[in-house]
Design a protein around this ligand. Structure first.
Ligand SMILES: C[S@@+](CC[C@H](N)C(=O)[O-])C[C@H]1O[C@@H](n2cnc3c(N)ncnc32)[C@H](O)[C@@H]1O
Length: 266
């Protein structure tokens, strides 16, 4: 059943999680959390949502709170590697602390590209992109999200700090005649059959060529991602054996198939 946006009950519980943990003070705003929750309520019962990039769990909690009401799950994909958030070395510990008690949050401690490579043909109901914000990283995540999402593709940082995200979403909207929505820095792009087919094979080289042309207008000095040293080619990212889905109270067990409910292959 679709729920009314205004019926979202306890967003303050997300800012100050009731089930354990400290308040999660990141860039993600309350109205963005409410928007994500509104998207979740459009999904079927038992939906599986993938979050690419979880940091200390704020958006994951917003997703999980809404997902709980449709008996759904949130699968957080993040390598929690030092090079991805060097300013927060205890990122994984804080993520675990903040999400403690939420048994519909699962973790795949993995680079997103490896995660999707490891799961070819698997479709998820919704994919939220907020991981590697470099040009290549974002484009690769977008391609994988379009290919692996059954219903909703959305993400964060539709803003001046990552102008390639703004450009790409707007360009695809015009090129494929699909709508997009933006709430603060959170975006959602509608996916047509044509766009899905294009994404499978041609999207990445096409968008890289597009951004190469557009990039002359960007002021890279404004980008915090350049400063933070994040690159798409994460040379010391986790190995395949690090990939797993696990309940938060048992983060060392690695068994993708047995932990996730109702995965659907094409
Ligand atoms: C902006 S933070 C995410 C914030 C979080 N979504 C929130 O709003 O609470 C970006 C996260 O992406 C992760 N990340 C960086 N590269 C990644 C990759 N290749 N795959 C998955 N996650 C990645 C970082 O470790 C970091 O935790």
């Amino acid at each position: 059943m679709k729920k009314n946006f205004l019926q979202v009950p306890s967003v303050l519980d997300i800012v100050k999680p009731t089930k354990g943990g400290k308040p999660t003070n990141t860039k993600f705003k309350v109205r963005e959390m409410l928007y994500l929750q509104q998207l979740v309520y459009q999904l079927p019962q038992k939906a599986i949502i993938v979050e690419i990039g979880s940091f200390i769990g704020k958006s994951a909690l917003a997703l999980a709170e809404a997902a709980e009401k449709i008996d759904g799950s949130v699968l957080c994909v993040d390598p929690f590697a030092k090079h991805t958030q060097s300013f927060c070395p205890d990122q994984l510990e804080r993520f675990k602390e903040n999400t403690a008690g939420w048994d519909n949050i699962y973790l795949a401690k993995s680079d997103s590209t490896k995660f999707f490579d490891y799961n070819p043909g698997v479709k998820f109901d919704m994919i939220f992109i907020d991981g590697d914000h470099s040009i290549n990283g974002f484009i690769t995540d977008l391609r994988n999200a379009i290919v692996h999402s059954k219903k909703i593709v959305c993400g964060h940082d539709f803003c001046a700090y990552s102008p390639w995200i703004v450009d790409v979403i707007q360009h695809l909207s015009v090129k494929f005649g699909v709508n997009y929505e933006v709430v603060s820095w959170t975006w959602k792009l509608d996916i047509s059959k044509k766009l899905r087919k294009f994404a499978d094979s041609e999207l990445v080289p096409y968008l890289i060529a597009f951004i190469k042309k557009r990039g002359v207008f960007y002021n890279f000095e404004n980008s915090w991602y350049k400063e933070s040293g994040i690159e798409s080619d994460n040379k010391d990212s986790v190995s395949m054996t690090d990939i797993g889905v696990m309940p938060m109270d048992d983060a060392d067990s690695v068994d993708l198939e047995s932990e996730l409910p109702d995965l659907e292959s094409e």
